[in-house]
Design a protein around this ligand. Structure first.
Ligand code: NDP
Ligand code: OXD
Length: 321
């Protein structure tokens, strides 16, 4: 009996993260199954049981009458579930140690860049200036992680192990060793007022849209060792109100920001963020989903499903993540 086909609907990409590369990897890990990269390849829509997607065109999935599951080739599903015609089948998102490790690298890198004042040291190097800035113990810096999910928990724990004074905030209560935890809107202010460096790893949902705004920034600690609060956003651009970010960087409410994600991506060439002296920009590459690792993750999920076991990391469409 032939196995149901796997359709790939993948927008965008870079050299290692290209639709043909995903097809090559899925063909290797699902040798018994037809793998079709749309729209280039032909597949009978009725033969398709699974779809692996990244930002598929709206309406692109409703043509498959026998679809059993959708695999989102990333952790965040905001773009996918914005499509009102999405078939009513389980959506599995990426929650995998390869992706988690990449995000933790990014968070640790950028917290350390601020903590060790690397931008100041770089500027002094350009001036041939031997002038070491003050150095403090990691424990003097209060880092607050918004979002204690798969990514936030791992990043918070890595920061804790380095010695930072770490807290986290989530929708539901968490208990994490060595990390002060806060939950829900009613504890947001208490979380923010003890935070020098705010790391945002929230999903973009109706409840979190625009949460990085002037009010949030104005609640952050102002008595910290960095001389002002710092924001690091690697969640989604829609979490931040960019006009508030710029205004609060300019009026001194914020000392600095590291931004991996933006309201409009790619970040337009005319955006003031590119050249802002207090901003570090990265091109939404805090954590790439690796085709080698994630094709195996999807193949394992399909195998679970076909053995009659529950799919893992299924999105709650009502919550939006
Ligand atoms: P998870 O779903 O595992 O975790 C989400 C966390 O956010 C949970 O702790 C959840 O709380 C919390 N949360 C959700 N809504 C609220 C709310 N209204 N108030 C407070 N907390 C809330 O997601 P991941 O950790 O896997 O990924 C997080 C996001 O990171 C993704 O959605 C994606 O947008 C982004 N991302 C960005 C990448 C990049 O390269 N820049 C790469 C990968 C992901 P609770 O635990 O109580 O449910
Ligand atoms: C993701 C991303 O959500 O790369 O995985 O942004």
């Amino acid at each position: 009996m032939t196995k149901g086909a796997l359709a790939l609907l993948i927008t965008g990409g870079t050299e290692n993260w290209s639709p043909p590369r995903w097809r090559e990897r899925f063909t290797a890990v699902c040798p018994e199954r037809a793998v079709a990269l749309l729209p280039a390849d032909y597949v009978d829509p009725a033969a398709v049981r699974y779809a692996a997607v990244w930002k598929p065109p709206p309406g692109g999935l409703k043509i498959f009458p026998n679809l059993a599951a959708i695999f989102n080739l990333g952790a965040g599903v905001d773009a996918l579930i914005a499509d009102p015609s999405l078939p009513d089948v389980p959506i599995v998102r990426v929650a995998d140690e390869d992706l988690t490790g990449r995000m933790t690298e990014y968070v640790v890198l950028h917290v350390l860049l601020h903590h060790r004042q690397q931008r100041t040291i770089d500027a002094r190097q350009r001036e041939r200036r031997w002038d070491p800035p003050a150095q403090r113990a990691a424990g003097a810096l209060r880092v607050g992680v918004m979002g204690l999910g798969v990514l936030g928990r791992d990043a918070a724990d890595a920061l804790r192990r380095i010695g930072f004074d770490v807290a986290g905030w989530s929708r539901t209560r968490k208990a994490l060793p060595g990390i002060a935890t806060f939950a829900g809107q009613e504890e947001l202010a208490a979380f923010l007022t003890r935070t020098d460096v705010l790391v945002c790893l929230l999903p973009l949902t109706l409840a979190t849209k625009g949460i990085l705004n002037r009010r949030t920034f104005s609640l952050l600690a102002r008595d910290g060792v960095l001389g002002g609060p710092v924001v690091i956003n690697a969640g989604r651009g829609g979490l931040q109100v960019e006009s508030d970010l710029l205004a609060t960087l300019d009026d001194g409410t914020l000392a600095a920001a590291t931004l991996d994600v933006f309201e409009n991506e790619p970040l337009p060439a005319e955006s003031p963020f590119w050249s802002h002296p207090k901003v570090t920009v990265s091109p939404h590459n805090a954590a790439d989903t690796d085709p080698d690792a994630i094709s195996i993750y999807v193949a394992q999920q399909i195998a679970r499903h076909e053995r009659g076991e529950a799919l893992q990391n299924v999105v709650d469409r009502r919550l939006g993540y």
